[in-house]
Design a protein around this ligand. Sequence first.
Ligand SMILES: Nc1nc2c(ncn2[C@@H]2O[C@H](COP(=O)(O)OP(=O)(O)OP(=O)(O)O)[C@@H](O)[C@H]2O)c(=O)[nH]1
Ligand SMILES: [Mg+2]
Length: 727
Amino acid sequence: MEEVINVALAGHVDHGKSTLVEAITGKFPDRKEFELKRGMTAILKVISFEYKGVKVNLLDTPGHVDFRSAVNLALLAADGLILVVAADEGVKSRTEYITRKALRLKLPVIVAANKIDLPAANPERVKRQLMEIGLHAPVVPISAKMKWGIEELLSEAIAHIKAKREKDKRIVVLGHERKTGIGQVFLLSIRGGTIREGEELGPVKIRAIYDLSMRRKGEARAGEIVYASMMGEVAVGTEILADGTIRKSEIFTEDIYPSKVFKLSLDAEGLQKAMKVLEGLSGEIHGFKVERIDGGLQISVLGDMQMKYIEDALSEAGISFKIVSERRKGIVTVAGRGEAHVGTAHVEVLPRTVPRIIVTRYDYDVTMDFDWVTASTVADALGIEGMLVIIHRGENPDDLAEAIAKAVEKAGLMEVFPQGNVVVRTPKVSEIIKLTYAHGGQILESRENSLWILLPTFELDSFVDEVYSVTAGKVEVKLIVPPKEAILGIDPGTKHVGLAYIQGSTVEVWHINFPQPLTERKSQQAMMSKFVRELRLFLEGKDKPTKVFIGLGPGLKYAYEAVQRVLGDSINVFGVDETCTTKEALYLISSGKILAKRFKGIVDHAYAAVLIAKHRQVVGKIMRVRHARRKLETYIASHSLIGYMFKRLAGVHTLRDLRPGTYIEVKDPSYIDGKVSKGDVFIYWGLTKNGVLVHTLAGCRMVLRWKAGVHPERDFFKAFSPVKPRT
Ligand SMILES: Nc1nc2c(ncn2[C@@H]2O[C@H](COP(=O)(O)OP(=O)(O)OP(=O)(O)O)[C@@H](O)[C@H]2O)c(=O)[nH]1
Ligand SMILES: [Mg+2]
């Protein structure tokens, strides 16, 4: 049989993937009206051609973020990737996203630096930018439009991308569509094993197999992508394994949670038709959800562009509808724009629709957009994702945290819906599958009589109720608490690096001192060896971390490199910006709450890592966050690993006795203007004209204002009690 290789084409929107397909095969792949109208690919397409005796399946993917699930799918079915980067624009957010995924999957990558016919094209810069994010791959300068460099690109691809045939049977469901005269067919990528007509594959049975030109064939082997008509249903993104079990591939489901909800009003007839259309669409675009509501439909989508696709499809089917409301959900973004100056810091936050925070730091030597780095304590505490934080200036982490919180508050934002895991064991599996989809859930794995399901937590209650009712109680339902992950936190300086290893409720920290700064050219290699050696030592005998959080410090790129050298490049690395965590960690350590092996150069990001790990359990609902800063501090205080304990400090009854730096606990919040609660603890620094200057335990400086009529001297000890940490 001839050799088949599957090559995914992916990259940022408009960087020229589809034009490249045309340059290679002579056929422009976009066909849908939506696609042609907007010049944008929306659905995954497989285009086959022969090159030097090898059959190549090209998987053209959309670049727009709302259709990202198609990229995830293509990577699942690919032996390698041609990463298309417009050389005039360089590496953009989607380029980095795809690069990260490909590195994780260890896919061979060839970079097509496209549009070199444009004067601004700079393929060298593309190469450099990709190297900075860890991709060392051949870069072939091309112009898809002028058909330059196509031959070079193909021979490079054939040389590097080899057919990967898995031993065990594995079939990935890439999509489904209707074909005239046949009905529904599924697009299947056979990654391992062989399938034959008449065969039962888990929940489905294969009726007929067709090649991509719809020619009937009796069987399909590993490496092929074919259509199949089947009895039964199986969702896009599902993998079917040798023993008939099915699972939702993690790489397909991750990061495609709906973020926006539209309500449509429709009449009864329109509603029937719309449901049919939407069912069909689930084979083309993924990640959206539909629910019937009073008077119409509620559609959750990944973003506006996906909604446009749905609207177009409904209109084309002659269905009239009206959008009556739209709101954000799930992945949340900052609604507006906020800017704040605090002390040394000047930050800006901007809305962003991708589910991550991008932190750009102009004042460090690392100036790329940290698309691969993504988290911040601030965002965790407030449950915001999808904001862009631009730090223009700010050496002091406290100032930065305060400024970010202020800017976020100005911008107005919402909270996140988390997901929960459930295992349901019952013979009535198909009923449960229906229920799962009706509740916006996903099947992660299914085995005989049990299903492992991922559900939005706010659906859990009603889901479980309905599970009991459809199974008449003959069911076992288990909620799963995610395993205790091991997390590595790194605070990357250039002369001192802090390390934290967190697993469950134990935290261990370590500190590396470099005799010469990491930035010093001459000694860099020796310092890096020291870094790698000590990191290895630190991790010895521990479980391998599943996530690494690196602070956005000046030594970031060295830390990243050391992590890759010790843990490999498939590890998930996140960046944490510097917030109120230093003092927090110091506090925990000084009160013996963290097992410190050495004290100097304490690991501030350890704490951020703890918060971020916890974030996944945060329960939230749509709301505007008011008092962002206070919320942040409360969050930090209430989510601290062990919690703060204070007891009364005896012998302090007058302001003269109250030394700056003393902890004070709010006794009666009614004296204070603003939202503090009884029991909140601050660090006292003095009185201001109309309030009390304090630091929060998280290290943020603030003034607690008195309510009108309060007499500071007389009322201070009615409002606060001096306390000291209980050790
Ligand atoms: N000058 C120049 N323009 C190009 C080249 N390749 C593509 N383009 C143009 O870039 C635009 C986008 O091209 P597409 O091929 O649709 O880009 P895409 O990456 O498939 O876009 P999405 O599918 O939406 O992500 C079109 O206007 C193309 O004509 C090139 O080599 N040179
Ligand atoms: Mg395209």
